[in-house]
Design a protein around this ligand. Structure first.
Ligand code: UDX
Length: 463
């Protein structure tokens, strides 16, 4: 089969689909790239003239949109038209963890994958490459294949590929421009070569790995599981540091200099968040248990347990330091995103900590440089903190307003502006005795202390 790829369609204009396709369009001017979504509001925002209103905030993204949108990058709700004219279709829809039914709380909900596959079957023409881009349980390609080949004597033919995305939010454009590796899974070299050719426009051949479909699907789950495991490992040691004289930063540095371990992903904090880590480990746990590998399932399940425990113990420490009660106390929350440089709040550790504090009777002032009040409200509603509780939390537009009349400040996201807080100014607007709880270990603690603020940070007890 020979086919040249000219027209691409990506189903799903989210955190992966949007930036990935923007970079494809930027790097391959001969490709016509079309991103489609059923969510018309999202598409409208991608087409906004005012680039600060794009649905996703990623450094470098708006510059690409400005360069390529309307030229070889298009955002549309016309799924039918774009599928039928595409040579290659990326499926980049969301696959949340199932809330009910078989595998509830662990397995991924594949309804959007199935719906996309059915649309492809209906509208595609001739031979079409179908690429799984969403992170999926192992052997999902088989589901896609079963749907695409269900019609007898169908003149349409399909090649199925897996091309997991390893981009990390806040660094998406850089990760897409200079990835550590690109992974393409397919049945054979003939199948994978068309996608390899696209990547060769900006990535060296030795960085492009081709494997079979299942290895590709599993590698993505395992990469995220290993990264999350590192976070849980260092967080478990942070607790040990707090009850001994050791300091987590020194431990991280000392072990990170071992070239076998490496220095990345050794920052203790309030636990991992984001759309992938928890979901992917839950998938791994589910698959392992399903296949009778109970010890494997239990092993990976512990990574999530430690993550929940870290959030709980930070919350309990805060309550205990504030004389064992936060009832009617005002507390400033600095940061709601799951990490810095993103407006994403999925699985953010801030959510549990805020929920528990509100349930204990605290009144929260919340400030995040990129997360809106509506977004925080939507997240809190999901954990049963209803709009009726609005008086239990207020949205603030800057650090100073957020700190006013509070008993404590809790830093939950490592935004740069929280590193350089003017403690002398802040200490004057807080109620005494005032506290700083720095769950990210980014503040100048001795400065805060000098200004009369009591301080606590993760993984250190001698401050
Ligand atoms: C992750 C993977 O890195 C990426 O390859 C995959 O495609 C998607 O999932 P992302 O969710 O964007 O990316 O965030 P990442 O930067 O990996 O951080 C994940 C979480 O771990 C964050 O909550 C972060 O704060 C936390 N973390 C990370 C730590 O607590 N300590 C660290 O040292 C590193």
């Amino acid at each position: 089969m020979t086919k040249s790829i000219r027209k691409i369609c990506c189903i799903g204009a989210g955190y992966v689909g949007g930036p990935t396709m923007a970079v494809f369009a930027d790097k391959c001017h001969n490709l016509d790239v079309n991103v489609v979504d059923i969510d018309s509001e999202k598409i409208k925002n991608w087409n906004e003239d005012d680039l600060s209103k794009l649905p996703i905030y990623e450094p470098g993204l708006k510059e690409i949109i400005k360069r390529r949108r309307g030229i070889n990058l298009h955002f549309s709700t016309d799924i039918k038209k774009n599928i039928s004219s595409a040579d290659m279709i990326f499926i980049s829809v969301n696959t949340p963890t199932k809330k009910s039914g078989i595998g509830a709380g662990q397995a991924s909900d594949l309804r959007w994958i199935e719906a996309s596959s059915r649309q492809i079957l209906e509208y595609a023409k001739g031979h079409t490459f179908v690429v799984e881009k969403s992170t999926l349980p192992v052997r999902t390609a088989e589901t896609i294949k079963s749907i695409l080949t269900c019609k007898k004597n169908n003149k349409k033919t399909f090649t199925i590929l897996s091309n997991p995305e390893f981009l990390s939010e806040g660094n998406a454009i850089d990760d897409l421009n200079n990835p550590d590796r690109v992974l393409i899974g397919g049945q054979n070299e003939d199948d994978t070569k068309y996608l390899v050719e696209i990547y060769l426009n900006w990535i060296k051949r030795e960085k492009i790995i081709t494997t079979n479909l299942w290895s590709s699907e599993l590698s993505k789950l395992v990469a995220n599981a290993f990264l999350a495991q590192r976070v849980s490992s260092i967080n478990s040691i942070s607790a040990l540091c707090e009850v001994t004289g050791a300091q987590i930063k020194d431990v991280s540095r000392a072990i990170g200099m071992d070239s076998r371990l490496g220095e990345k992903f050794l920052n203790a904090g309030p636990g991992f968040g984001g759309s992938c880590f928890k979901k992917d480990i839950l998938n791994l746990v589910y698959i392992s248990r399903h296949l009778g590998l109970y010890e494997v399932a239990e092993y990976w399940g512990k990574v999530i347990e430690i993550n929940n425990w870290q959030q709980k113990r930070i919350f309990q420490t805060i309550v205990s330091k504030l004389f064992h009660t936060v009832s009617d106390k005002k507390i400033a929350i600095l940061g709601f995103a799951f990490k810095a440089n993103t407006n994403d709040t999925r699985e953010t550790p801030a959510l549990n900590i805020c929920k528990w504090l509100i349930e204990e009777g605290a009144i929260l002032n919340i400030y995040d440089p990129k997360v809106t009040s509506d977004q925080i409200n939507n997240e809190l509603i999901k954990v049963n903190i209803s709009i009726r509780n609005k008086q239990k939390w207020n949205y603030k537009n800057n650090i100073l307003d957020c700190a006013k009349e509070t008993d404590a400040i809790i830093i939950l996201t490592e935004w740069d502006e929280f590193r350089f807080i003017n403690w002398s100014q802040i200490s004057k607007v807080m109620r005494e005795p005032s506290w700083l709880f720095d769950t990210r270990s980014i503040s100048n603690l001795s400065k805060a202390k000098e200004c009369g603020i009591n301080v606590w940070t993760v993984g250190k007890n001698d401050i």
